[in-house]
Design a protein around this ligand. Structure first.
Ligand SMILES: Nc1ncnc2c1ncn2[C@@H]1O[C@H](COP(=O)(O)OP(=O)(O)O)[C@@H](O)[C@H]1O
Ligand SMILES: [Mg+2]
Length: 275
C-alpha cells in the first residue's frame, strides 16, 4: 500500500483531505483549474463562492463521483485514483438538496438506515445494531421522536436533518455538506448550526459548501473562496458575510439555490461504500 508523505505534523495520522493541482472538465467545459488545498483533522472549512463557481463539482470530485482531468486527491493519505484503498466508511456526504418529495414513502428511520447500505455488505442496514445506530444518528439531529414519521411530511429543515443523520449513521470522521442551509427557514437554520457545532466539538472534520455563511458563521474557522473554478482566497473567513454574486445576478437566487434537477440527479447520488 502506498502511503502518502503528506502527514499531519502533530501525528502520523494522514490528513483527511489533500487536493493537489486539480483540474476538472465536464463535457467540454473546463470547470476547476489548478485547485490545491489541504484540510487537517478537526478543521471546519467553508467552501464559498457564487453559484456556478465550482463548489459542488469540487466536493463531488473529492468523493470520486466526478472524474478529474489532472492532479491528485488523497483521502486520509489514500490516492482517490485507487478508489478501493480509500477508507469510505470514514466519510459522510450530505448532497445539495434537490427538492423534498421523492415520491416513495419512507420513514425517517428508513432513510437513515439506508445510509448503512453498501455494495459489499447489503445486509448491514438490518438488525438491532443498525436500528440502534440509526436511532443514535437521529438523536444527534434531534429527531429521535420523529423516527417513525414519513419524511414526506417533514419541513425542509427537518428533511435536511434526516439527510445529515443518514450521513452520520456510519460514524464518519470527515463530513462534506453541500449547501445545508439552502431553502430552509430560519429556525431550522439555527437548529442546524447547533447540530454542526456539536459535531465539530466531537472532532469531526467539516467541509461545508455555503452560498453565504449566515447562521454557520460561528463554526467556520477557515474559508476557501472559489471564483470561476479557481481558489481566490484560502484563510480567514470574510469579515462581512455577503453572498458572492456574478455581475448581473438578481441577488435572489440564493432563495432558490437548487441546481437543475436533472444535473444534480445525475451527479449527486447517495454515497455508497464502494469498497
Ligand atoms: N454535468 C455537467 N456538465 C457540464 N457543466 C456542468 C455540469 N455540472 C456542472 N456544470 C457547470 O459547472 C460549473 C460549476 O457548477 P457547480 O460545481 O455546480 O457550481 P456551484 O456548486 O458552485 O454552484 C457551472 O458552470 C455548471 O453549469
Ligand atoms: Mg452547488
Amino acid at each position: 500500500m502506498e502511503e502518502s508523505s503528506f502527514v499531519n505534523s502533530q501525528s502520523t495520522t494522514p490528513m483527511p483531505l489533500l487536493v493537489d493541482q486539480l483540474d476538472v472538465t465536464l463535457g467540454t467545459s473546463p470547470i476547476l483549474h489548478g485547485i490545491s488545498l489541504t484540510v487537517e483533522q478537526g478543521e471546519s472549512v467553508a467552501l464559498l463562492g457564487a453559484n456556478g463557481s465550482g463548489k459542488s463539482t469540487l466536493v463531488k470530485t473529492c468523493l470520486g463521483i466526478v472524474p478529474s482531468t489532472r492532479g491528485r486527491i488523497e483521502i486520509y493519505g489514500k490516492d482517490l485514483a485507487r478508489k478501493s484503498s480509500v477508507p469510505w466508511r470514514k466519510i459522510g456526504y450530505v448532497p445539495q438538496r434537490v427538492g423534498a418529495s421523492s415520491g416513495v414513502p419512507a420513514t425517517a428511520l428508513e432513510v437513515v438506515r439506508s445510509g448503512l447500505l453498501s455494495r459489499s455488505t447489503p445486509w448491514k442496514d438490518r438488525g438491532r445494531q443498525a436500528h440502534q445506530a440509526a436511532m443514535e444518528a437521529l438523536a444527534a439531529v434531534d429527531l429521535a421522536d420523529r423516527a417513525h414519521d414519513h419524511v414526506q411530511v417533514f419541513s425542509g429543515g427537518q428533511a435536511q436533518r434526516v439527510l445529515i443523520a443518514r450521513a452520520l449513521v456510519r460514524n464518519p470522521s470527515l463530513l462534506f455538506l453541500d449547501e445545508p442551509l439552502a431553502g430552509i427557514d430560519r429556525t431550522s437554520r439555527e437548529t442546524l448550526a447547533t447540530i454542526l457545532s456539536s459535531l465539530r466539538e466531537r472532532g469531526l472534520t467539516l467541509i461545508t459548501v455555503l452560498h453565504e455563511m449566515g447562521e454557520l458563521t460561528p463554526i467556520v474557522e477557515r474559508a476557501v473562496v472559489l471564483e470561476e473554478g479557481r481558489i481566490i482566497h484560502d484563510g480567514e473567513p470574510p469579515a462581512t458575510d455577503h453572498p458572492h454574486h456574478h455581475p448581473g445576478e438578481t441577488g435572489c437566487e440564493h432563495l432558490h439555490p437548487h441546481d437543475s434537477l436533472s444535473r444534480v440527479a445525475h451527479h449527486a447520488p447517495v454515497l455508497r461504500n464502494p469498497a
